[in-house]
Design a protein around this ligand. Structure first.
Ligand code: MCN
Length: 732
């Protein structure tokens, strides 16, 4: 938004809390306001309520004030707004705003928070924002099990780290309408939320989603954007704000941050009979999306296995840390991480090959549609097929031989082979999406979608979907998205739902346009529309059986324009699938671990990811590629850490181990397509699959490498330090 030409635009700089938990005694802006054209605003100037939580089951008193009123709850909470002519003056002025804090004890660990000893919201009387699943324990859950094993681990907190930080701008038009340019994944939903928070009619707001530079789930409307829009209305001047990297690390919502406890039981011959999963979710300082993520973890608890008895329970608690929201996978990676560690722990206890234990428990391919004991209704799948393909591709038997040899000679560098078989849910709440197709004057087409592409390449894939139906070259189709004034309705992009609903809506709108075109061609050729067919290879509509009696899209558009009928060649369609879809796959990771230093090297990662019918295999592979990078980053590198006072210790790229491509090997992606019956494209989502599959594969591989040394688990990230600690613990 820095490049937008907005005459007379003012710059916003936020004064953020330096303490994690404190009462605000006083804010003195005298020195800041002595700088030229600087104005400072605090909660006293604000006429707005609280933002969120936005979910009916979440404690309503744990929403976030747009500006803190009397108490800060995390390092980065917004205390005041500095308005200045430029960002340099804004930064200087923000430093001069004097905040008198009365420090309170910080609650950093979710386990401490759950004790309800020090409360973040005393009026709530608890730190628990919400619960899911059942707190009742079935004492007979593990009846009939010869073997029962348990484990705990933390799916650690991650910063989303988009390469481009957030940016927002807003301007009040002469007609009283406000335009907001946002780096967002959800322009239409943002318009609705802005209208609700600012007490406006949605028609008074235009949201324009520009290039985003990476969102990964975190870039939906937040307090900063609301404040920018509010300021533009209040001041009657254009306003803009761009996040610093430090703000991006501490104020853009984090992901994961869940502690998981599993117990799995079954027979000696490897049949799993029962599984129990408990989640303690850290919501950060205010309860919003993070609070409800465990719901998805519970739903997906069964993974790819037919487990007869499942118990799930979760609590989501607030802590004095950055608020937690969706991060690529959002609740589903945690389910996969838990069940895949559980299956490996169970296999290790039985002394059985982890691939074989998986084979004995898969939901059979002929059982779909299949409803799990954790209440997910899977549409289609071939879990055993995915595993066998992955094992063949990686050369599993040869790797196990190599591993055996290294173990026999007690080599310093051990080999680890990790398997993860996953299933995930996309379009989780079966949403509706808007698509429109319009034939242009030059015989090309515009696709308008209510979905939003922030790196997923819808500009290509949605164009391909329409081009294929209309028999147009793909370069003649342009995809428009993100401007709420141009695209009538939309939900945006999250939960990897865009293709299966937005792509399907575009396809159905293209079909509708084709029908209208047949009417028009029928009129022009004096034939019955029922006799008009499309030659998709030539992009020509002609009378069936009479190729010479035809008309191209370009000619049709020309003629319809001349007759004032071009507008007829425009159709919109809303598509809602009956249910979510369940992409799945199998990943196999191969690591080498130095048993003296703890150093881990990821040698290979073979990934079979099945997202139903693929629209564009290259783009899908790109999604898998980036997704795996995030999954491996969780397995081996990233961890957002606070000290006991709630100070971020990893708030910059110096301290936060964000891997670059130089740290990662090339993945070996293997295609597999099992169409879903739930949409005309046969497509499921692919945007998060790589992330969900990769982490447990790599995690299991590291533990597998160290098994002969008595290691049963390694904390995430399984980096040198944590491996070394696990080795020390095993030795002790
Ligand atoms: N695709 C395909 N065939 C399929 C499924 C998908 O060719 N069967 C193509 C699609 O048409 C689209 C892409 O793959 O071009 C991803 O589509 P889809 O799986 O439908 O998911 P979404 O577009 O809804 O993407 C959302 C998902 C999420 S939730 C996050 S988070 C995420 C991600 O995608 N953040 C990303 N991918 C990202 N990629 C980039 N570069 N940046 C991010 O921030």
């Amino acid at each position: 938004m820095e490049n937008l030409s907005l005459e007379g635009a003012l710059t916003v700089t936020f004064v953020r809390s330096l303490l994690a938990h404190a009462n605000i005694v006083d804010v003195d802006a005298t020195a800041a306001e002595a700088l030229p054209n600087v104005q400072v605003m605090t909660a006293a100037d604000l006429d707005l309520g609280v933002f969120g939580p936005g979910f009916p089951d979440v404690n309503p008193s744990m929403g976030r004030p747009l500006l803190v009123v009397d108490r800060v709850r995390f390092v980065g909470d917004i205390i005041a707004i500095v308005i200045s002519d430029d960002s340099a003056t804004g930064a200087d002025a923000a430093e001069l705003v004097y905040v008198d804090y009365d420090q309170l004890p910080a609650v950093v660990s979710p386990h401490e928070s759950a004790k309800d000893e020090a409360l973040l919201f005393p009026e709530a009387g608890t730190n628990v924002a919400t619960r899911a699943g059942s707190p009742e324990h079935d004492e007979n859950l593990f009846d009939g099990c010869d073997v029962v094993v348990s484990g705990t681990f933390v799916s650690q907190r991650m910063a989303p780290c988009p390469l481009e930080a957030r940016s927002a701008a807003a301007e009040l038009g002469p007609d009283g309408r406000i335009t907001a340019w946002l780096s967002t994944q959800t322009p239409h939903q943002d318009r609705t939320a802005l209208a609700e928070t600012l007490g406006l009619d949605p028609a008074q707001i235009r949201v324009v989603g520009l290039d985003v530079g990476g969102g990964f789930g975190a870039k939906t409307l937040n307090v900063e954007e609301v404040l920018v829009v509010w300021l533009a209305r209040r001041l009657g001047r254009p306003v803009r704000w761009t996040e610093t990297r430090s703000e991006s690390m501490t104020a853009l919502p984090h992901g994961r941050a869940a502690s998981l406890e599993y117990t799995i039981g079954g027979t000696r011959d490897g049949k799993v009979l029962a599984y129990r999963l408990e989640v303690l979710q850290d919501c950060g300082a205010y309860a919003s999306v993070g609070a409800v993520l465990p719901g998805l973890t519970g739903l997906m608890a069964s993974g790819v296995y037919a487990i007869p008895r499942i118990e799930f329970e979760s609590r989501s608690v607030v802590t004095n840390t950055t608020p937690v929201s969706a991060f690529r996978g959002a609740g589903r990676p945690e389910a996969s991480q838990a069940i895949e560690r559980a299956i490996d722990t169970f296999a290790a206890e039985l002394g059985m090959d982890p691939a074989e234990v998986r084979r004995r428990n898969f939901i059979p391919t002929n059982a779909f549609p299949y409803t799990t004991a954790s209440h997910a209704a899977y549409d289609s799948g071939d879990y055993e097929g995915a595993l066998e393909l992955a094992l063949r591709s990686v050369g599993y038997d040869a790797l196990r031989d190599e591993q055996r040899q290294r173990r026999e000679r007690a080599a310093t560098t051990q080999l680890g082979i990790g398997i993860s078989c996953y299933v995930e849910i996309t379009n989780g709440i079966a949403e509706i999406e808007f698509g429109e197709v319009e034939i242009t004057r030059d015989g090309g087409a515009i696709v308008r979608t209510g979905s939003f592409s922030h790196g997923q390449g819808h500009e290509t894939t949605f164009a391909m979907i329409a081009a294929e139906r209309l028999g147009l070259p793909v370069e003649k189709v342009t995809v428009h998205k993100g401007d709420t004034d141009e695209v009538a309705r939309g939900t945006g992009t999250y939960g990897s739902k865009s293709t299966q609903i937005g792509g399907a809506a575009a396809r159905l709108a293209a079909d509708d346009v084709l029908e209208v075109a047949k009417q028009l061609v029928g009129d022009y050729l004096e034939a019955s529309p029922a006799d008009i067919v499309l030659d998709p290879a030539l992009g020509r509509l002609h009378v069936a059986g009479a190729h010479s009696l035809g008309i191209s899209w370009a000619d049709l558009a020309l003629r319809a324009s001349a007759d004032g009928r071009l507008a007829e060649l425009r159709a919109e369609h809303e598509f809602q699938a009956a249910a979510p879809t369940f992409p799945f796959g199998a990943h196999v990771a191969v690591v080498e671990v130095d048993t003296e230093t703890g150093r881990v090297e990821l040698r290979r990662l073979v990934a079979v990811d099945d997202a139903g019918t693929l629209i564009n295999p290259l783009i899908a592979q790109g999604q898998v590629h980036g997704g795996i990078a995030a999954g491996v980053a969780q397995a081996l590198y990233e961890d957002f850490v606070y000290d006991d006072d709630g100070n971020p210790l990893t708030g910059t790229f110096v301290g936060y181990a964000f891997p670059s491509s130089a740290d990662l090997p090339s993945w070996e992606a293997v295609e597999m397509e099992t169409p879903t019956p739930l949409n005309v494209l046969g497509a499921k989502g692919i945007g998060e699959s790589g992330t969900i599959g990769a982490t447990p594969a790599v995690h299991n591989a590291v533990v597998d490498a160290l098994a002969p040394l008595g290691v049963r688990n390694v904390d995430l990230p399984a980096n040198g330090e944590n491996v070394w600690r696990a080795l020390r613990k095993a030795k002790a």
